[in-house]
Design a protein around this ligand. Structure first.
Ligand code: WTA
Length: 645
């Protein structure tokens, strides 16, 4: 762990919204008088009918219920679009940068208003009504943002499925939320390669039929249109009016569902609602990035993940910001791409993931130093712990020691950033997400759930609610309660391990459950296992994470074959292909070890602790193996381990 401390630079402090004294004052008020604090800051967005109640939340295991601003009404799309048209109609709302560097587009708030209204009218024409679920399977094109805001406008609930997921994963998500419509594109374009999105939708719909599919023409690739079901977006929008009244929604009406992986079972539909989410997303966006009028802000995430929801679309647009949306990848056409885009659009704030930073660091410093980057003022990191080497490179080389780094810790479930530096207030320590945002009360507990004081290490919980918190698992409130409120009664359990140092700074150490974080993407080991055992030659599989230089964690699969099957390299390739087809390329196992047996307790439970150690190549500290049903399997696992130093 690094002991270096980077104080707030004087020029950053001079323009910042909040200095350290102000942070302390606001934070103390936010936790001693949450209703007063959020009652005031809840007014940062426009309400149709103002709320009179602020906070009504219970973490009681027998009655988990979370409501914020519950008697207020609003429309999220009106907040992100309409309210800016009069004051900043000609300002860029979205700067879209295509996969190919020759393509870009600027969409002003006035234009955004027209596009969102038209898309909303297309949805209505397709029969979508308030409360209906709409599945979005779009690449990083402006239509993805229009689609989200169009749903919000008419009170439909969007469920975005990352465009890298397979037809099977898409079908599962369409089915789970019962959506009757899918919005997609002919093909996606990433790093010069085409992704067959419409063809994937067609295959998904064989399993999960829908009434309509709206198709955006992106590449002009050849796709099959199904009569009576499929419509072209450009044809449909040409026929509809350019205005659409926003629907009046209750603060607690659902805004979106986003599926995320957990330790067990199939992905859960994390449900976020309207008022609290928008207040929290916009407030964190403004304070964490010290966003001020005129700033050009770029978050490199995909709208298929929560970071894209909160920090490409909802947070920035609610703040009337200029948000950059990038279709491509950081290494195409070269490893200078991010910095070329920064120079081209004079980006001031750049927010990305450690996995991208490590990949660019690996490509070499020249790709950075040959660019200008003088517009940059602030850097951000999200998705996984950032190792001090990557932090230092990001700080020294990319930011030329001028730009603070906000290392932001949060989750799909939290809706917005919970632990983070504020640029004008917080001295930085490489690798630490530092201190809680306003209203957030983190605590560290031991295995029994006792709160630990002072400098300590344990499991990270949050002791009280904040407005951006998820409200339930779609269609399964019991699963919500069991997943987050059953382990440590009375607290929200994050699933992360954490250390707190003597200065009260938080250091996230990674997941403590069976979730692995591959290139900043959450993957449930159970999901990969179930994909593997669905292959006819596989009898059993156990999946664990192991440290990976670029990805943070890699996927290590132990596979037991059916009687008589040959453990060949060709079969390994086949299994990787199989997992890609079942889930998507992000779930590809990095290493597969054929194992005649897995280490199990006498009651048949797989001892993952042992499998993790072997995958980490640190098998001399396996601990007690005497409780294993057959201790002999361990020697074979060690002899045939795939991750040798
Ligand atoms: C991890 C992404 C360390 C963590 C916004 C969390 C982080 C999971 C950080 C959520 C960070 C995210 N430092 N770890 N700054 N940010 N994580 O739901 O394990 O895709 O629980 O949300 O990513 O991943 P999710």
């Amino acid at each position: 762990m690094s002991e270096a401390v980077f104080p707030v630079p004087a020029d950053v402090a001079a323009r910042a919204l909040v200095d350290d004294a102000k942070y302390q004052e606001m934070y103390n008020r936010s936790v001693t008088d949450p209703a007063g604090f959020w009652g005031e800051h809840g007014k940062r967005i426009d309400w149709i009918k103002p709320f009179t109640k602020v906070k009504n939340t219970s973490y009681d295991y027998h009655n988990v219920a979370i409501k914020w601003f519950e008697d207020g009404t609003l429309n999220v799309s009106a907040n992100c679009v309409d309210r800016h048209v009069a004051t900043r109609g000609d300002q860029a709302a979205i700067i879209w940068e295509g996969d190919d560097p020759s393509e870009h587009k600027v969409i002003t708030y006035r234009e955004l208003h027209v596009e969102v209204c038209k898309f909303a009218n297309v949805l209505k024409e397709q029969g979508v009504k308030k409360g209906d679920r709409v599945t979005i399977y779009l690449p990083m094109i402006p239509e993805a943002a229009y689609a989200m805001l169009a749903c919000a406008r008419i009170g439909a609930v969007h469920s975005i499925v990352f465009a890298g997921f397979s037809p099977d994963s898409l079908a599962q998500r369409i089915e789970d939320c019962g959506s009757k419509i899918v919005l997609t594109a002919d093909e996606g374009l990433r790093g010069g390669r085409k992704v067959p999105l419409k063809a994937n939708v067609d295959r998904a719909c064989e399993k999960a039929p829908v009434d309509s599919v709206v198709v955006v023409k992106r590449t002009g690739g050849d796709v099959k249109m199904v009569d009576g079901r499929d419509v072209w977006y450009h044809e449909a929008t040409a026929k509809v009016p350019a205005t659409c009244e926003p629907e009046e929604m209750n603060a607690e009406d659902p805004l979106f569902i986003l599926y995320t992986s957990g330790s067990t079972g199939k992905p859960k539909g994390v449900l976020h609602t309207s008022g609290g989410y928008l207040v929290y997303a916009s407030m964190t966006h403004q304070y964490v990035f010290d966003y001020q009028d005129g700033d050009i802000y770029w978050c490199t995430a995909d709208v298929g993940w929560v970071t894209g929801h909160s920090y490409i679309v909802y947070g920035p647009l609610a703040n009337g910001a200029t948000t950059l949306m990038f279709e491509g990848v950081p290494t195409y056409p070269s490893a200078s791409r991010c910095w070329d885009v920064v120079d081209k659009h004079k980006v001031n704030i750049f927010y990305t993931a450690p996995t991208a930073i490590r990949a660019l660091m690996g490509a070499g410093t020249d790709f950075v130093t040959r660019t200008d980057r003088s517009s940059l003022r602030l850097l951000g990191s999200v998705g996984e712990p950032i190792n001090p080497e990557a932090w230092t490179w990001y700080y020294n080389v990319v930011g030329e020691k001028r730009c603070p780094i906000v290392d932001t810790w949060w989750q799909t479930e939290t809706g917005g950033i919970l632990i983070t530096p504020l640029p004008g207030a917080t001295a930085l320590k490489p690798g630490s997400a530092t201190r809680p945002f306003f209203g957030v009360q983190p605590a560290i507990v031991d295995a029994e759930g006792n709160i630990l004081d002072g400098a300590t290490e344990g499991n990270l919980v949050i002791t009280d609610s904040w407005p951006g918190q998820m409200r339930t698992v779609y269609g399964d409130h019991e699963r919500f309660v069991q997943t987050y409120f059953a382990t440590y009664k009375g607290y929200y359990f994050t699933g992360d391990g954490c250390r707190r140092d003597a200065d009260g700074y938080y250091w996230i150490t990674g997941r403590v459950d069976d979730v692995i974080n591959v290139s900043g993407h959450r993957m449930g080991t159970a999901e990969v296992e179930s994909a593997l055992v669905s292959h006819p030659k596989v009898s059993e599989a156990a999946v664990v994470g192991y440290p990976h230089d670029l990805k943070g964690q890699g996927i290590y699969a132990y596979v037991t074959l059916m009687e008589g099957e040959e453990p060949t390299d060709a079969l390994k390739k086949e299994l990787v292909q199989h997992v890609r087809a079942e889930i998507g390329p992000i779930a590809s196992p990095d290493l597969i070890q054929f194992a005649p047996g897995l280490p199990k307790t006498r009651s048949g439970k797989i001892m993952r602790r042992i499998l993790r150690k072997i995958a980490e190549d640190s098998f001399d500290s396996l601990g007690d193996t005497s409780t294993l049903a057959d201790p002999g399997v361990v020697d074979d696992l060690i002899d045939n381990r795939q991750n040798r130093a």
